[in-house]
Design a protein around this ligand. Structure first.
Ligand code: ASP
Length: 369
């Protein structure tokens, strides 16, 4: 086969483009065909919602929107505060690592006005996976990059690689590994030599270390609508604590851990990612809002769908209900917002809609008793 120079290649592409233009729709025709559904419609927000660890994030996001920023700028600036916080051991820097002691991060973001999204999964070594996800959205023709490819992409774009495993997270992981089995060669470590924070977390969270119980999870989801009704969202996490290396949860998967439709609203989730992957719950919630449910009702519908589809006995309590929790956060184009989880109690963070950053209670699918 004959070789072709880059110049010839580009020239050939230009000719092909002209030829295609001659038979295809003109730009004007394409613009006329495209429905105006991505534009903003009504007076709405600003409103920002987030998971309960997002109190500072919603405050920051609201500030950005009030300063004239795009809602995607706002939610990413908000969750960056949590990604860089070493004391949130469920997200970004300081997040608890996988089973091999490596912090692997998942994130995606979605921008309503352009209906574009970007994500990274199993990304190692970068504190702000939400920013890398955004760059996937803005600078590539793809939606999701994973593992080594995501790392390479981040490096090429000037993100600085760093060790995300804090001393406290490393010690908690060491303790988990020592407590995991009594037929391996790791003895339980001497906890008295650990940081006070590691000692506190180990003492307060026994469920982290007993395989017969579901490990607690954590993540931040943050969604916003501005005064013009434009919507964006982001989800970012270090995922399931001590996960199998390479495990990807719902957080970087559009439709599962996050979904935005600028005509309707946005939804995102925290909790057992596998349940969301099997139900595409964030997409479902946005569709339920499109059918007229309020954000809270739609979040409850997402919880109900998960409970109905949870037919595996190993994932059920003795009463047949899920033995795990999932929480949802949603808002619509009109600036209404809500949150629900399978089990309570719990809260979520909200800012705007007539008030500063605050915590409100979530609705619950299965209230106690
Ligand atoms: N949903 C996340 C995951 O499964 C974890 C979480 O929200 O806590 O990775």
């Amino acid at each position: 086969m004959g070789s072709i120079t880059r110049r010839e290649f580009l020239a050939a592409g230009a000719v092909a483009g002209v030829a295609a233009g001659a038979v295809g729709p003109t730009a004007a025709a394409r613009a006329a065909w495209r429905p105006a559904r991505r534009s903003a419609r009504r007076q709405a927000g600003p409103v920002v919602v987030a998971s309960s660890n997002g109190q500072a994030a919603v405050a920051r996001a609201l500030e950005v929107i009030q300063g004239g920023g795009d809602p995607l700028d706002a939610v990413i600036a908000g969750v960056n505060l949590v990604e860089e916080d070493p004391e949130d051991y469920t997200v970004g820097y300081g997040g608890l690592p996988n089973a091999l002691g490596v912090v692997q991060l998942d994130s995606c973001c979605m921008h309503g006005p352009t209906h574009r999204a970007g994500g990274v999964a199993a990304l190692e070594g970068f504190k702000y996976p939400s920013r890398v996800a955004r760059l996937v959205m803005e600078s590539t023709d793809h939606v999701l990059l994973v593992g080594a490819g995501a790392r390479q992409f981040a490096l090429e774009n000037g993100f600085v690689e760093e060790n995300l495993l804090t001393e406290t997270s490393r010690q908690i992981w060491l303790y988990w590994r020592g407590a995991l089995a009594d037929h391996d060669d790791y003895l339980p470590p001497d906890v008295s030599a650990f940081t006070p924070e590691a000692q506190r977390i180990i003492a307060d969270n026994p469920e982290l270390f007993y395989p017969e119980q579901r490990r607690p999870t954590g993540t931040i989801n943050c969604c916003a609508v501005d005064a013009a009704g434009n919507i964006a969202g982001v989800t970012t996490t270090s995922g399931l604590f001590f996960k199998i290396p390479g495990r990807v949860g719902d957080s970087p998967i559009v439709g599962a851990g996050l979904y935005v439709d600028n005509d309707v609203g946005a939804a995102g989730s925290t909790g057992r990612g596998e349940a969301n992957l099997l139900n595409l719950s964030s997409f479902l919630i946005v569709e339920e809002m499109r059918r007229g449910l309020s954000p809270t009702e739609a979040c409850l519908a997402g919880c109900r769908r998960i409970a109905e589809n949870n037919v595996e006995e190993r994932l059920q309590r003795p009463d047949g209900r899920p033995d795990f929790n999932v929480s949802f956060y949603a808002l619509n184009k009109e600036g209404e917002y809500g949150s629900a989880s399978i089990y309570g109690p719990g809260g979520f963070a909200v800012a705007g809609a007539g008030g500063p950053a605050r915590r409100e209670d979530r609705a619950v699918l299965f209230p106690p008793g």
